[in-house]
Design a protein around this ligand. Structure first.
Ligand code: FAD
Length: 311
């Protein structure tokens, strides 16, 4: 094997980009492998209002771009549109398989993040891209002067509802519980917005279409079981995330939901393999925590490299 990198970071979202900044600044050979373009999930956030340093908020796209430029400027190397397809141990090292060939790495930091969960209801697959979406920033502008619905009760659902209310004529926010679980200030932005109607204690049973596009949502009340059709032109789902941990499922311990179990430093149950960001099993999956965990992981990894490989 010709090429050996010191730190291979798999995933170029906030966790991977922060790890890249710290790794490169430690003057360790740091390479980021990214399946698409750098940025991760945050690229689909219309506005990030809780990342320190941006009192007026920042679009997810701009924040991702700033982090990427900072990592590149620090000296990290990027291999984009280059998904890691497999990771296998090779003695104390690892071999990463990518479409452009195999690469050996002394340390791997898994920062593959998560992908939005799907509801798995009738009509979802049929109308994906034809009215059903997981990204308000990408698809919201298609619904100018139209009616949309959002399902979910957390920060993403409320934040994206507020964003969509600036474009659509009306937004219906549907949540299966009687209370939202979003941060209080995001809840208030929804409750006091006359363009947002809440449908609490309701589930979406089916996405109903006509002429190949979404026409209505079939809602079920969890209080009395009654079913009704809510006419909408677009439907956005923000109901949680699934960990992108398949690559390491046979290498280290995962929790019952598929998140990688890590200690405080980001070390997994396999020596030399770290995990940071949404793929790891800690609470509060946010940009600021992903960044912090990326920094912890690489800080520990640099010490491990020194101890085990004399780097
Ligand atoms: C709509 C929306 C709005 C949000 N708003 C906010 C907000 O306002 N504030 C906030 O703090 N958080 C917000 N979040 C959450 C935040 O985006 C995530 O917590 C954060 O992006 C997690 O970062 P990460 O680096 O762990 O993973 P991700 O952002 O998921 O990045 C993982 C990266 O890994 C890449 N990857 C995956 N598999 C592979 C592979 N096999 N090989 C190579 N690369 C791979 C992916 O392409 C991706 O780029 C929002 C999320 C969404 C979806």
């Amino acid at each position: 094997m010709a090429e050996i990198v010191d730190i291979a970071i798999v995933g170029g979202g906030p966790a991977g980009l922060t790890a890249a900044i710290y790794g490169a600044r430690a003057r360790v050979n740091t390479v980021v492998f990214e399946a698409g373009l750098p940025g991760g999930q945050i690229v689909s956030a219309s506005m990030v209002e809780n990342y320190p340093g941006f009192p007026d908020g920042v679009t997810g796209n701009d924040l991702a771009d700033l982090m990427f430029r900072q990592a590149q400027g620090a000296g990290a190397e990027f291999r984009t549109i280059n998904p890691v397809e497999a990771i296998r141990p090779d003695g104390k090292q690892f071999v990463l398989s990518t479409p452009s060939g195999d690469v050996a790495a002394r340390v791997v930091i898994l920062a593959t993040g998560a992908i939005p969960k799907k509801l798995g209801i009738p009509g979802e697959a049929e109308f994906t891209g034809r009215g059903v979406s997981w990204c308000a920033t990408c698809d919201g502008p298609l619904y100018r002067d139209k009616v949309v619905a959002v399902v979910g009760g957390g920060d993403s659902a409320t934040q994206e509802s507020v964003y969509l209310s600036k474009i659509a004529t009306h937004v219906h926010l549907i949540h299966r519980r009687e209370e939202l679980r979003a941060t209080q200030c995001l809840q208030e932005q929804c409750f006091y917005n006359e363009k947002i109607t809440m449908h609490l204690a309701h589930t979406v049973d089916e996405i109903v279409g006509e002429g190949g596009r979404v026409k209505a949502l079939r809602l079920r009340s969890r209080e009395d079981g009654s079913v009704s059709d809510l006419p909408v032109d677009g439907f956005f789902e923000f109901v949680g995330i699934d960990a992108m941990s398949d690559l390491v499922k046979d290498l280290c311990d995962l929790d019952e939901l598929g998140f990688v179990i890590v200690d405080r430093s980001g070390q997994t149950s396999h020596a030399g393999l770290y995990a940071a960001g949404d793929v790891a099993n800690y609470e509060l999956k946010q940009v600021v925590t992903a960044c912090a965990r990326g920094a912890f992981a690489v800080d520990h990894a640099v010490r491990y490299l020194n101890l085990e490989f004399g780097v």
